[in-house]
Design a binder for this molecule. Structure first.
Ligand SMILES: [Zn+2]
Length: 441
């Protein structure tokens, strides 16, 4: 098993000899960078000048003290993004607007300097070494046309490591994407989970079998069922990447053990907190992922609440890395639902539905009618295989909450396969369950 290349990269970034990187060396570096970040933010950002007014950066000498600092919420950025900017507007190279789930509906805007973008390219360069080498031809199935977009930065990183980027963009035409992969003799690809699944399950997708060595799935929660389907169809390794625009796109990536993420620890400090008590949880316990930027100048973020659920694993990774292990993200806190008074989430649906070899995508809506809960599932099936609604209902019965609701008669399951005009999930937006019951409360 190959050790994650992130160890060597982080050793270089924090100034220790490769091979002698230790957890303590990383922690000392992170504390020093946290102090710098707090100093910069208090000095230059109108938001942090106010929220950190009482904080003396020199006194943040360990992570326990750091964990006393207030959080930053997505809503804070949506309300006044300029209050976070620490440089002059002239130095801002790229601005990204993200749809916010907050009540105001205002988009979140994120600002990056050229140096901030360089940090992302550098991470992509080393992170991609987990799965590709020099001269490998890599199909980029992400937005790439705008300078500074994720696909653009990834392309620069791949060129830097000697690989060949083949920019294509999100997969809106599956046959075209497959033909582009074949024509360009692609060795690897990076894309959105459901988009890559469409290629793997397309009738032409078989032609890529034993031609693709590795796939990186990114931007959305990656269902295990999709990773397995793609790996089995093409005979390739499927890696997960975790990141969000707020992190500077990249956050962590699986190593060859294909278990948990190794994190971008020289640029980001991660915590897992209990969203109720707001305290850090011990390693091994699930909670909300919170991160702080350690090296960003344009718009540093301190204790940013991601809304994603995961945990740190206490045991070392089999690859021999000294970096922390964070489990593959287990969905979002806002994605936790109840049906038939039992826990239910999009992950349950993903893992059940994507196992069916004709399912490409789906939409799910929960509503309440005449005292019963209705679970409406719309299935997008492959062109060559049809799906039997009864078969889908049987699959959904493997989810305990669905089984319970159907058994006691408080849940109705409606399956439709008339996908019609529902568009393919776009770009970097995360899929979610539409819950119409909330609107009534
Ligand atoms: Zn590892």
């Amino acid at each position: 098993m190959i050790k994650t290349p992130l160890d060597e990269w982080i050793a270089g970034k924090i100034g220790v000899e490769p091979g002698v990187l230790s957890k303590n060396a990383i922690f000392s570096y992170q504390i020093a960078q946290l102090q710098k970040t707090i100093t910069l933010a208090k000095d230059k950002s109108a938001f942090y000048r106010k929220t950190l007014a009482m904080i003396d950066p020199g006194k943040i000498t360990d992570f326990v003290r750091f964990a006393e600092l207030p959080f930053t919420f997505p809503q804070d950025i949506a309300e006044n993004p300029h209050a976070f900017v620490c440089t002059s507007q002239r130095e801002i190279e790229r601005i990204v607007s993200l749809q916010s789930s907050g009540t105001t509906g205002a988009p979140k805007r994120l600002f990056f300097t050229k140096e901030d973008q360089e940090l992302t390219i550098d991470f992509f360069d080393y992170g991609m070494r987990n799965l590709v080498g020099p001269r490998d031809r890599v199909l980029i199935l992400l937005p790439w046309e705008l300078p500074g977009s994720v696909g653009d930065l990834l392309g620069i990183a791949l060129k830097r490591m000697g690989a060949v980027p083949i920019p294509f963009g999100p997969v809106y035409n599956t046959a075209d994407a497959i033909s582009c992969a074949l024509h360009n003799r692609t060795d690897a690809m990076v894309g959105i989970p459901t988009h890559v699944l469409r290629m793997a399950r397309h009738q032409e997708g078989e032609k890529l079998r034993n031609r693709i060595n590795s796939v990186l799935l990114t931007t959305d929660y990656v269902p295990q069922a999709i990773s397995e389907a793609v790996a089995n169809r093409w005979g390739c390794s499927v890696f997960n990447h975790y990141g969000m625009t707020e992190m500077g796109l990249g956050g962590g990536v699986q190593c060859s053990a294909l278990l948990d993420y190794h994190l971008r620890e020289a640029d980001l400090y991660f915590e897992i907190i209990d969203p109720e008590t707001r305290k850090c949880v011990p390693d091994g316990e699930y909670g909300e992922v919170v991160f702080t930027t350690l090296t960003r100048n344009g718009m540093p973020l301190i204790r940013y609440r991601t809304g994603d659920i995961s945990r740190f694993l206490p045991d070392p990774c089999p690859c021999g890395s000294v970096l922390r292990r964070m489990e593959v993200v287990q969905g979002r806190i806002s994605g936790r639902k109840k049906i038939a008074n039992s826990d239910f989430s999009i992950i349950d649906l993903d893992e059940a539905l994507f196992k069916h070899n004709a399912v490409l995508d789906y939409r799910c809506r929960i509503e309440e009618k005449n005292g019963q809960e209705h679970l409406n599932v719309l299935i997008k099936a492959t062109e060559t295989n049809s799906v039997d609604p009864q078969e889908i209902t049987d699959i959904l019965r493997t989810i305990p909450a669905v089984q319970k609701g159907l058994t006691v008669g408080i849940l109705v399951v409606n399956i439709s396969t008339h996908w019609a005009d529902i568009p393919i999930s776009k770009g970097t937006s995360k899929r979610k369950i539409e819950d119409l019951r909330l609107a009534k409360q």
